[in-house]
Write a protein that binds this ligand. Structure first.
Ligand code: P6P
Length: 314
């Protein structure tokens, strides 16, 4: 039967896939996101580190998130390797490789903006078996992000299910299915990251000029999770984070760009590293970085044509 708006996470997943291990994994990660949301809200931030106000975990909030996620992966009993942007090497989660999964995550993206009380998030990608290198983002079986803003949401996509799906954390702690996105249309909204790169990337400067001349609405918080989520929720826009000789690519392919690329493309959007979908880039090392743009088809065509003279999408 069809997944309905209003379903609980478990009802949704049970209708969405026959893979009981994947259902259990996405449920365990939902619990982890609920816990992280609570810790982000209760951590008091003095100086750089945010420490939990209960005093029992004197860890910065992103390390708290890191530990909660590894616990969830172990508890799922279906994950072979877990890998965190905080500790970029494979950690054995003691689950099976055969029929199991490996999960790469950014425990708290934008932790440098927790102290300004901006929205931060968790990103994770799920690959089959025991490989997180020598694979591409298109090999993912699922990807998701947790978004810790005024409300807490869990945005996920599954390989075998069309669309990207948003769940809202209700007061009593249940996740409720609130929105599906299957199209990303046109609309003048842009999130231009890393403007430092325009100093020696004149084509990026040209692209930014275009957005200014066309009076695009600027929506950029410096947190990739909310900045990319807005394209899925508003079903329009373009997010860029471009590199240049003096401003090297910063965003991680495995932990950030591939999972978010999966969510954007399942939502009907497009992604690009300038030449191709970020989902077609082979992950050669856990620490690979890349420039990226996410958006509607026409925005990505403009991005590729402006930066590289032509677009594979035309
Ligand atoms: P810039 C946050 O640290 C992050 O990894 C992403 O969430 C965000 O999009 C990017 O860096 C911000 O980079 O160069 O705009 O400060």
């Amino acid at each position: 039967t069809k997944c309905e708006i209003g379903d609980s996470l478990e009802e949704f997943l049970t209708k969405a896939t026959p893979d009981k291990g994947l259902i259990r994994l996405m449920m365990c990660m939902g619990e982890a996101l609920r816990t992280i949301s609570f810790k982000v809200r209760t951590a008091s931030c003095g100086g750089t580190a945010c420490v939990n106000s209960f005093g029992d975990e004197q860890l910065a909030v992103d390390l708290l998130a890191n530990n909660v996620l590894f616990e969830a992966l172990k508890y799922s009993h279906i994950v072979k390797y877990g890998c965190s942007e905080e500790v970029p090497e494979l950690q054995d989660m003691e689950g099976p490789a055969e029929g199991g999964f490996s999960v790469a995550f950014d425990p708290l993206d934008g932790s440098s903006i927790v102290d300004t009380n901006f929205t931060v998030g968790t990103i994770f990608g799920v690959w089959p078996g025991d490989k997180l290198t020598g694979v591409t983002g298109r090999d993912q079986v699922a990807a998701a992000m947790g978004i810790f803003g005024p409300r807490t949401t869990y945005v996920l996509a599954l390989k075998d299910l069309p669309g990207t799906h948003e769940f809202l954390l209700l007061d009593e702690g249940k996740w409720q299915h609130v929105k599906d996105t299957t199209e990303i249309g046109e609309g003048k909204m842009f999130s231009p990251g890393n403007l430092r790169a325009t100093s020696d990337n004149p084509d990026y400067a040209k692209l930014i000029d275009y957005y200014v001349r066309e009076k695009y609405t600027l929506r950029y918080t410096g947190g990739m999770v909310p900045d990319v989520n807005q394209i899925i929720v508003k079903e329009k826009g373009i997010f860029t984070n471009v590199a240049s000789p003096s401003a090297k690519a910063k965003l991680r392919l495995l932990f950030e760009v591939a999972p978010l690329g999966f969510l954007i493309e399942k939502a009907g959007g497009y992604s690009s590293d300038g030449n191709k979908s970020v989902l077609d880039k082979v992950i050669n090392s856990l620490d690979d970085r890349t420039q990226v743009a996410y958006g509607s088809k026409n925005e990505i065509i403009r991005f590729e044509e402006t930066l590289y003279g032509s677009s594979r999408l035309k």
